[in-house]
Design a protein around this ligand. Structure first.
Ligand SMILES: Cc1cc2nc3c(=O)[nH]c(=O)nc-3n(C[C@H](O)[C@H](O)[C@H](O)COP(=O)(O)O)c2cc1C
Length: 352
């Protein structure tokens, strides 16, 4: 059980940005087909979606802000529920990972501090260095937190079973946690408890708004993507979990720390987290299916999350059950495009 949701198996489909919404961030029938094909997952966590246009990171990324975006997602949730599935939406404010040419209306990306990420945004086939973000003014913080709460409300209106707060992979919430991207001197920066404050307050607000059991949170300690890094993660994350525990959130979705970090975030989560724990590997290590089995059998996590395997195996659950071969995903069609590499991966026994 996950809140009042009964999950038929312990396999979770990871949030996977596929950049196939239209230019206004609206999903359509093709996206509905893609998600419905994967409805046998115990739980689908739909891709990182901006709750407010200022948090858009990628062209083709969906939003959950406008009436059109809500209606587009409704096609997806109806299709998934119609196929017997369950689906949460990942709420992702991209923070400094963005560009004024991507943000609708052209605003500069916002972040805890004006620290420009190394790397480039891809816009219309062109690589453009990331902008230097604008540091959020203290007075703006409640409004950004409210964007998450409103996004969560919109997600329920669109028919989602709940939301996952994206506090991983170098986007806004993670940027507040990191001592490299958060150089603030107000109550949201500095000491560990201050750097956790934005995430804790946001989680509390969203939980109060839609019910804690409908809210999950994703964390990725020491995950060096989007030019983020952390120096005090072994102290910060247990503290953060301690602060989140009393809210009774639906789940914690923990990405495993990379091999060179010297500690296991999933292990620490099991010790410090009171609720349901979803474990996922990370970008560097591909978890073999046997390891997932072991993790569940030994009680190291309650649910296992796979990303890339769900891209190329819509019926992953069935394949694992029956020991059928697992197809490899083609990274060239991960981001953007149409049905190729999206809805055309066959299920066992299907004609396509
Ligand atoms: C194409 C692609 C898109 C992704 N998009 C997201 C995303 O929107 N949100 C997120 O939290 N993680 C995202 N990730 C990370 C995955 O959720 C997952 O953590 C990662 O792929 C490791 O799991 P795996 O080895 O099972 O693929 C993405 C990964 C890939 C390959």
């Amino acid at each position: 059980m996950l809140g009042d949701l009964e999950l038929p198996n312990r396999l979770v489909m990871a949030p996977l940005t596929r950049m196939r919404a239209d230019a206004d961030g609206v999903m359509g029938p093709l996206n509905a087909e893609y998600y419905a094909q994967r409805a046998s997952a115990g739980l689908i966590i739909a891709e990182g979606t901006f709750p407010h246009s200022s948090g858009k990171s990628y062209p083709g990324q969906p939003g959950i802000e406008t009436a059109e975006q809500i209606a587009g997602w409704r096609l997806v949730t109806d299709a998934v529920h119609g196929a017997g599935g369950r689906i949460f939406l990942q709420l992702m404010h991209g923070g400094r990972i963005g560009h004024e040419r991507i943000t609708p209306g052209g605003g500069r990306p916002v972040a805890p501090s004006a620290v420009r990420p190394e790397g480039e945004a891809r816009i219309d086939g062109e690589k453009v260095p990331f902008d230097e973000p604008r540091a959020l003014e203290p007075g703006e913080i409640p409004a950004v937190q409210e964007q998450f709460a409103q996004g969560a409300q919109n997600a329920l209106e669109a028919g989602f079973d709940g939301v996952e707060l994206h506090s991983a992979n170098g986007y806004l919430l993670h940027e507040f946690l990191s001592d490299v991207t958060n150089l603030r001197s107000d109550e949201y920066g500095g000491a560990i408890e201050n750097r956790c404050r934005f995430v804790v307050e946001t989680a509390r607000l969203v939980a109060e708004r839609i019910g804690a059991e409908r809210v999950g949170i994703r964390l990725s300690p020491d995950q060096n993507v989007n030019d983020i890094s952390e120096t005090e993660s072994r102290a910060l994350y247990p503290h953060l979990l301690g602060e989140l525990n009393p809210f009774g959130l639906g789940y914690l979705h923990m990405m495993e720390t990379p091999p060179d970090s010297g500690w296991s975030s999933v292990e620490i989560a099991r010790k410090s987290w009171n609720g349901t724990l979803i474990a996922n590997s990370n970008f560097q290590v591909d978890w073999p299916l046997e390891l997932a089995d072991e993790t569940i059998a030994e009680g190291r996590a309650d649910l296992i999350c796979y990303g890339r395997r769900f891209i190329s195996n819509p019926d992953l659950v069935e394949r694992i059950r029956s020991g059928a071969p697992i197809a490899e995903a083609d990274f060239r069609t991960f981001y953007g495009g149409g049905s190729e590499g999206y809805t055309d991966y066959p299920s066992l026994g299907s004609a396509s």
